[in-house]
Design a protein around this ligand. Structure first.
Ligand SMILES: NC(=O)c1ccc[n+]([C@@H]2O[C@H](COP(=O)([O-])OP(=O)(O)OC[C@H]3O[C@@H](n4cnc5c(N)ncnc54)[C@H](OP(=O)(O)O)[C@@H]3O)[C@@H](O)[C@H]2O)c1
Length: 163
């Protein structure tokens, strides 16, 4: 939060790295973060507030009123609430970049395991309207693991992760 060099939490670091490598500009953009947990919502909001990212960040939580009015102004929406397929297309504006952090297990009698993994975003509903959207599984999850490996290597090498 105060900008000192430190190891950055893996999931928030993965989200920011994903935006960077995808060429998504954050400077001056409105980022709406759904969720204020200590492991995702708060750190990702703080990272994007840093001067190297310069986003205008709004954080929503379970007591936020008129949430759709806020999310529909987002250039980038980051969902981390743990509610399966909660975010529908009427939450987002045309051309929004949607990052789905959620990992939720839902019953699925058609699957061998009897369940499937889904995000906090209704991917199919939001796909057409979004500029870019991350899948679940296969989006933020692997980025989290990549950042964990990076932090581990940096730790072993005595480096401090600076992104
Ligand atoms: N992809 C990954 O690598 C990764 C890593 C970590 C977590 N996750 C997933 O990300 C999701 C969130 O994880 P977490 O640990 O941050 O969860 P958490 O600690 O349960 O926090 C959930 C947050 O969402 C808010 N919230 C809940 N329902 C809401 C609603 N209907 N509208 C607005 N806000 C709502 C809560 O608000 P209050 O504060 O008011 O209760 C809380 O701040 C989970 O599905 C988790 O499995 C994925």
């Amino acid at each position: 939060m105060i900008g000192e060099k430190c190891f950055v939490p893996c999931t928030p670091a993965g989200v920011v790295e994903m935006l960077r490598v995808s060429g998504i500009e954050t400077d001056g953009k409105h980022v709406v973060v759904l969720g204020r947990s200590n492991i995702v919502g708060k750190p990702v909001a703080n990272l994007l507030l840093r001067k190297e990212h310069n986003a205008t960040v709004t954080v929503c939580h379970s007591r936020t009123k008129n949430m759709k009015d806020i999310t529909s102004t987002a250039d980038i929406l980051i969902a981390a609430i743990g509610k399966p397929e909660y975010v529908k297309s009427d939450f987002i504006k045309e051309g929004c970049v949607v990052i789905d952090v959620g990992i939720n297990r839902v019953d699925d009698p058609l699957s061998k395991k009897g369940y499937r993994i889904t995000g906090d975003v209704d991917f199919i509903d939001c796909f057409e309207k979004s500029l870019l959207i991350t899948p679940v599984p296969g989006g933020v999850g692997p980025m989290t693991i990549a950042m964990l490996v990076k932090n581990t290597l940096d730790s072993a090498a005595g480096n401090i992760y600076e992104k």
